[in-house]
Design a protein around this ligand. Structure first.
Ligand code: SF4
Length: 202
């Protein structure tokens, strides 16, 4: 089971395969039948202690960023994620802590979540995917239905207001047209956050 792994100059933490969405493009949709040997599929979720125990193997001077990511939505385990982040803050205070998220933490928790992330999360990278709520519903298929898109934008706004760096992401053409990218940029401008256009990988 791979709990932490290195990608470029960052260490990634893989806590869960759970997610309230079922994005049409998600690797999870292919299931362990296709990715059966892929170690990012967790046969069970690691405990906080197990995740922390993997950290000393990494040279955090060489990899100064910790990213909560994986085949799943990290904020499904927000309290555990924050416990690990707190440990990292104490033991590796120079490390930047990023959470790659669908931005639905408030709906998952049933309560606002940004306040408890303040001081522990440096960057939220939030998948915006599209400027169109109806299209979002069609491609991300969140179990929360129409409530999801506005909740994701509110989460971004709250995080920005709390002083957390927020980057919203879309995938470049052909997934997201230049016109839609411009609309996404306008949304980000309104929220005061940055837009990152990720390269398309076929
Ligand atoms: S939000 Fe991420 S983990 Fe969840 S279904 Fe979509 S792509 Fe997969």
């Amino acid at each position: 089971m791979t709990i932490t792994y290195q990608v470029r100059n960052a260490i990634y933490v893989n806590l869960t395969n759970r997610c309230p969405c079922a994005c049409t493009f998600c690797l999870r949709a292919n299931g362990p039948g296709v990715y059966g040997s892929d170690s990012l599929w967790l046969e069970r979720e690691p405990t906080v202690e197990e995740a922390i125990a993997t950290l000393p193997q990494w040279d955090f001077k060489a990899y100064p960023e910790l990213v909560f990511c994986g085949y799943g939505e990290p904020t499904e385990r927000l309290d555990d994620l924050l416990a690990i982040a707190r440990h990292v803050r104490e033991h590796y205070p120079w490390v930047k802590i990023r959470v790659n998220t669908n931005g639905l933490a408030d709906l998952i928790a049933g309560a606002p979540t940004v306040a408890k992330c303040k001081g522990l999360v440096d960057i939220f990278s939030i998948s915006l995917n599209t400027p169109d709520p109806a299209e979002y519903l069609a491609i991300c298929r969140p179990k929360f239905g129409e409530a999801a898109y506005p909740a994701m934008l509110k989460f971004a706004e709250d995080a920005h207001a709390a002083g957390i760096d927020v980057v919203m992401t879309v995938v470049d053409e052909p997934v997201t047209s230049k016109a839609k990218q411009a609309e996404c940029r306008a949304i980000c401008d309104r929220l005061g956050v940055r837009l990152r256009v990720r390269p398309f990988e076929a």
